[in-house]
Write a protein that binds this ligand. Structure first.
Ligand SMILES: NC(=O)c1ccc[n+]([C@@H]2O[C@H](COP(=O)([O-])OP(=O)(O)OC[C@H]3O[C@@H](n4cnc5c(N)ncnc54)[C@H](OP(=O)(O)O)[C@@H]3O)[C@@H](O)[C@H]2O)c1
Length: 332
């Protein structure tokens, strides 16, 4: 059965250094020599996947590459690991889809230490509606909590709100009882963001304007997926003792800020990384996602796509045109 051909999206670099993608038929003999063989049921599309698919930046480190930084499915053969055939599992990060082959394949071989058992209460499709974006959003929520940000301290704000990380952060924070303001560049997403629980909608243009070193204090905390002037403004608008969780660079990787919010308002800037997040914290975050993410919203934030649709969707996500999360159905 393991010799049966299956489909995978494979990226290759042509002579001019351009990225070319094609759906190819592989067998397990083509897969990397990692310990656990997984039948991939769903993967997802993240900003990084868009960069890999379109050849933007230097995301892909080895060629050829099967991209897809996330996958969820069932173990076919666990080797000598703790995983047994039939176990449902989730994988996000660990440079999978960048350095190691990833989720855009009906079968994949991966290391056991990259896997998290699928938390009870989530299907593999729902786990991929969450994916790296949702895990990152939960790690941002945890960073705010660790910074002492609680709903009674005042409103919180999320930038890039209609994107994958932003949408899930809005939903998770609203669910925890926070008053959530959402920053978006797309008016067409306002109803969607209200549905996720945002009560205030702010324009990207207004919030990306260069701030003064300190602005009027508005936010107990912030989740920033954008970087640049937006992150500088969120810091300048934070309450005394506020925390900003910074996880993205959808706008800019620079941070044109001053030290004023840190030294005059005791503001904390907390970086958030989901890729190398240690297993214990990662497992706790997944557990909380399963317990706290409202099922109806999980279903509302995702659209299902096929492998064949990914090249076009990859272009859309790097242009900032994808709303919420794209789940990839590998068995379609
Ligand atoms: N640290 C980590 O572990 C981690 C994990 C996942 C993602 N990330 C990063 O987080 C960011 C968001 O990822 P994602 O998967 O949520 O991507 P996404 O779905 O494309 O969302 C990004 C959102 O940012 C906004 N945006 C796009 N271009 C912008 C610009 N030029 N200026 C201001 N806002 C802009 C858009 O939201 P609106 O249309 O609502 O304005 C867009 O939907 C990316 O930079 C990604 O690399 C980091």
């Amino acid at each position: 059965m393991t010799d049966t051909p299956f489909k995978a999206l494979v990226l290759r670099q042509d002579e001019d250094g351009k990225t070319q993608s094609a759906i190819e038929q592989l067998t397990t003999a083509d897969l990397p020599e990692e310990e656990v063989l997984v039948k991939v049921e769903y993967s997802s599309l993240n900003y990084k996947d868009g960069m890999a698919l379109t050849g933007t930046g230097k995301i892909v480190l080895t060629w050829p590459m099967v991209p897809g930084i996330d996958l969820a499915g069932t173990v076919v053969d666990g080797g000598d690991s703790q995983y047994k055939a039939g176990d449902p599992v989730v994988l996000t990060g660990w440079s999978v889809g960048e350095k190691y082959w990833g989720g855009y394949s009906q079968m994949q071989r991966v290391r056991p230490e990259w896997l998290v058992p699928l938390p009870e209460g989530l299907t593999t499709q729902q786990a991929m509606a969450v994916g790296t974006a949702g895990l990152t959003a939960m790690l941002c929520v945890m960073a705010l909590e660790e910074g002492g940000v609680t709903p009674d301290k005042g409103p919180v704000v999320v930038s890039g709100a209609a994107g994958g990380v932003g949408s899930t952060a809005v939903a998770l924070l609203a669910q925890r009882g926070f008053e959530v303001a959402a920053i978006t560049g797309r008016d067409s997403t306002h109803d969607y963001l209200r549905q996720l629980g945002a009560t205030q909608l702010l324009s990207r243009e207004e919030m990306a304007a260069r701030p003064r070193p300190l602005e009027k204090s508005r936010w107990a905390g912030a989740v920033d997926t954008v970087g640049g002037e937006m992150l500088a403004r969120l810091l300048a608008e934070c309450h005394y003792n506020g925390t900003v969780a910074a996880c993205g660079l959808a706008g800019d990787f620079k941070l044109p800020a001053t030290v004023m919010p840190f030294i005059l308002r005791n503001v904390r800037l907390q970086g958030v990384d989901s890729v190398m997040c240690p297993l214990e914290r990662r497992t706790r975050a997944w557990q909380r996602i399963a317990e706290e993410f409202p099922q109806d919203l999980l279903n509302a934030i995702n659209q299902v796509a096929t492998l064949e649709e990914l090249p076009e969707l990859g272009q859309q996500i790097v242009r900032g045109q994808v709303r919420g999360r794209v789940v990839v159905d590998l068995q379609a």
